[in-house]
Design a protein around this ligand. Structure first.
Ligand SMILES: [Zn+2]
Length: 425
């Protein structure tokens, strides 16, 4: 008898509980919101979401002519609004001598002021476009703008509009280490005039036209940050599909498995790769690897061991998500750009990450005194910091990454914004 009473009581409690769930459901449902359960359990914090003005897109059209050790560019930059003061970056100045020629605009240019990798143009009347002609003289090795054995490796080479944060332009600097680049989202229409035997690889849709004397290759790429291009002859090119993405390995097919592992990891744990193509290029750079929009460079040295190739491939592929799809401020927060991807690369390769000893790694690029200090803090200490965040959040760490992807795709995420997401869990 006692058993029967107990059973009835249990049924009653279950009934009551499900009733209250239903009551809750209807109470929320009455507000006319279909996502009641999601809203109830996953509170959306408005403060973490980007404002509408946080996304800017610019259109850039460039004609690039390469001949020997000279790259001549004529570029039209279209702004989102008319302004009488245009602030621009000259990223190529960090890696190669860059000579600015004519600057013209229908707003009538009254002043051009240049400070290394920065340029300010004053107009008599506010206007929304400017045409700049310039010449880049690449080095033969080392930097990321290279002319070697007749091949061209052109990265961070087109002039781009400055990024604004809190209404002020973020200033770029020239620096011997680190990546002193920051980009909003740009749409590019770029035409290369080259010798016939060169083949061009770059983001976006491609069209080729060959005449007896030269070749014209045009690229149309949307929603990317920088525009990298490789113009080479006789490369070993291997292409294959991963999901909907075409992976292209240019003299780099040994990196294939590692690239695919990192790509799958990022797609599953952060979000979709929103482009059709991705290029992996073995390039004669002096650093181990470097990321660009839709493309990575891996140095010949990095192919020396499989473990090293794996770690570099993971790191650079993960930058497609943090730097590329979700923008970062590599000038003021290089530790965020490098630390997060370095941690994810270490995690994915089961490498040991050291404990974070509360040492302050949060410096702007200009304040790191040496390359070794930069790597020590912005990579290793910062990576250790993200390791502690992952330990603290457990699987919610990936929820943070996914939420960020959904909210900040094609915008620039600053470290403060990241911390707001972490503090929600
Ligand atoms: Zn990096």
């Amino acid at each position: 008898m006692k058993k029967l009473i107990k059973a009835v009581l249990i049924i009653l409690v279950i009934e009551l509980a499900s009733m209250s769930c239903l009551i809750l459901y209807f109470a929320y449902g009455a507000q006319g919101n279909g996502d009641v359960y999601y809203e109830a359990y996953h509170e959306t914090d408005i403060a973490t979401k980007p404002a509408a003005q946080d996304k800017r897109t610019y259109n850039i059209e460039a004609e690039v002519e390469v001949a020997g050790n000279k790259i001549r560019v004529t570029e039209d930059i279209f702004f989102d609004t008319r302004k009488d003061k245009l602030e621009l970056y000259i990223p190529s100045a960090n890696a190669a001598e860059t000579k600015i020629g004519q600057v013209v605009s229908d707003g009538k240019v009254t002043k051009v002021a240049r400070q290394e990798a920065l340029m300010e143009i004053q107009l008599e009347n506010a206007w929304d476009s400017v045409r700049i002609s310039y010449e880049i003289l690449p080095g033969s090795t080392g930097s990321t703008i290279i002319y070697k054995d007749g091949d061209y490796y052109l990265t961070n080479f087109l002039i781009t509009p400055a990024v604004y944060k809190d209404g002020k332009p973020v200033h770029t600097i020239k620096k011997g280490f680190g990546d002193p680049y920051i980009y909003e989202i740009n749409n590019y229409h770029v035409t290369f005039k080259t010798e016939n035997h060169l083949k061009a690889y770059a983001p976006g849709g491609k069209k080729e036209q060959t005449s007896d004397d030269y070749k014209i290759t045009t690229f149309e790429a949307s929603n990317i940050r920088d525009f990298p291009a490789v113009l080479i002859a006789g490369a070993d090119v291997h292409s294959e599909k991963l999901g909907n993405v075409n992976l292209h390995f240019i003299n780099s097919r040994e990196a294939g498995e590692h690239v695919k592992e990192a790509f799958s990891f990022a797609t599953a744990n952060i979000g979709e790769y929103p482009y059709d193509d991705f290029y992996v290029v073995k390039a004669p750079i002096s650093i181990s690897g470097m990321e660009f929009s839709n493309m990575i460079f891996i140095s010949p040295d990095s192919f020396s061991s499989s473990a090293r190739l794996k770690r570099i491939s993971y790191h650079e592929v993960l930058h497609q998500w943090f730097y590329g799809i979700i923008g970062t401020d590599q000038l003021n927060e290089p530790f965020f750009d490098e630390g997060l991807v370095d941690y994810l690369a270490a995690y994915l390769s089961n490498s040991k990450v050291k404990e974070w000893k509360n040492r302050d790694f949060k410096k702007p690029l200009k304040d790191y005194n040496s390359k070794s200090e930069y790597y020590e803090l912005a990579y290793y200490d910062s990576s250790a910091y993200f390791h502690t965040i992952h330990q603290k959040l457990g699987n919610n760490f990936y929820r943070v990454l996914k939420d960020i992807y959904n909210d900040w795709k094609f915008k620039i995420l600053y470290f403060d914004d990241f911390q707001k997401y972490v503090s929600k869990y």
